[in-house]
Ligand binder design. Structure first.
Ligand code: ZN
Length: 381
């Protein structure tokens, strides 16, 4: 702890010395014929000597905190390409998702360390003691290959998205005849009227499915799982208030690690990161947080990702599984493998009609042995 603080302070001092004359010219303490940079150099060497730590080694290994402290000119907690003053490694080494900013997480990942990382700080939200081991599998951005980055992070590449299953599945949900369930109105993979643009664009696809429901209707966990991310404390965020669950192969009965994300809650779900939830458990009330259009009604945006790897990264764009794939929530309702969109598109017509497993408002599950259900309860007629 103390050693870490010393290291950071040293790196900060050394970093200041290494910076160009900007700080020296604004320094009014300069005097005695010695410029500010020289004074700082002496101070740094003296400070390093006092703690028997070679200053050179520290300069080579700054911490994410010292890097941000020295480069983040506008104080937004991250380093933009313009702010970046490093010489040893290019900016691109740190901006792992290519969005023009190096965040603390990215810098830490670029250094190859995850010191002091907690699930909460990574997901940016809420507390949570959870169950020990519940969050095993957390990975760093470095572990994401090029296609996964192109499919899930900033500057998405359409070819990579398609390679990872983001395209219409052509599946047809069959809702129960003797009960009424909230139904999909905007399907997975459809060319998407984004929150900003009013035009349909072939370049952007709907990453999930939308299911309208009355304001406040409880949104249900689709399977047993663990909360791995929550975000959207402010309504202005793109997806609003959202939560992501992870479901092990044992929990879903599928041979993959599954991630289900539920968005646009009217109130932040109470379940903490690391907490276990049960299939059919209410996660929170339906709303339209993050929905920019006044005309659009309250709805659930539900998104399904999966991977054969149990590893995943919590990014500012949400959870990204290592070697992750997109799936249509309707494909998930088949409750068997494969989930893969191309395999769905290749199904014969007769197999494209998918009966929706669900929970009734009375509490019964249909079928009774279901491990995966619709994210809304259905009302018996
Ligand atoms: Zn949506």
């Amino acid at each position: 702890m103390v050693a870490g603080q010393v290291e950071r302070r040293l790196a900060a001092i050394v970093g200041a010395v290494r910076r160009p004359a900007v700080s020296a010219s604004t320094d009014s303490n300069g005097g005695h014929g010695m410029n500010a940079s020289t004074q700082r150099l002496i101070a740094a060497v003296a400070f390093a000597a006092a703690f028997c730590v070679p200053a050179g080694r520290l300069a080579a290994q700054p911490t994410p905190e010292s890097m941000i402290a020295h480069m983040d000119a506008d104080g937004d907690g991250r380093v933009s390409k313009d702010e970046f003053t490093g010489r040893r490694r290019p900016f691109e080494d740190f901006d792992l998702d290519g969005d023009g900013y190096a965040t603390r997480d990215e810098i830490e990942a670029a250094f190859g360390t995850r010191r002091g990382m907690t699930p909460d700080s990574a997901a940016g939200q809420q507390g949570g003691e959870g169950t020990p081991g519940a969050l095993s599998g957390r990975a760093t951005l470095r572990e994401l290959d090029t296609i996964t980055r192109g499919a899930f992070l900033a500057k998405r590449v359409r070819e990579d998205e398609i390679a990872r299953g983001l395209i219409e599945s052509n599946l047809i949900p069959e809702y129960p005849g003797d009960a009424s369930c909230p139904r999909i109105d905007h399907i997975f993979g459809e060319p998407w009227q984004g929150p900003v643009s009013q035009r349909k664009s072939n370049a952007t696809r709907h990453h999930g499915a939308d299911i309208p429901a009355r304001y406040g209707t409880p949104i249900l966990a689709m399977a047993n799982g663990v909360v791995v991310a929550k975000s959207g404390g402010k309504n202005g965020d793109f997806r609003g208030k959202q939560i992501t669950l992870r479901h092990s192969p044992q929990e879903s009965g599928l041979s993959v690690w599954l991630y289900t994300t539920y968005a646009h809650f009217s109130k932040m779900p109470e379940a903490r990161i690391g907490q276990h939830v049960r299939m059919g458990e209410p996660l929170g009330p339906t709303g339209k947080s993050g929905v920019s259009s006044l005309r659009r009604q309250e709805h659930l945006h539900v998104e399904v990702l999966y991977s054969t790897s149990d590893r995943y990264v919590a990014t500012q764009y949400g959870i990204v599984p290592v070697d992750g794939r997109y799936a249509d929530v309707v494909a998930l309702m088949r409750a068997r493998m494969p989930l893969d969109t191309n395999a769905m598109r290749a199904l014969p017509d007769a197999e494209r009609h998918i009966t929706i497993p669900h929970k009734l408002t009375g509490g019964a599950t249909v079928p009774s042995d279901a491990l995966i259900i619709w994210p809304y309860a259905c009302e018996s007629d």
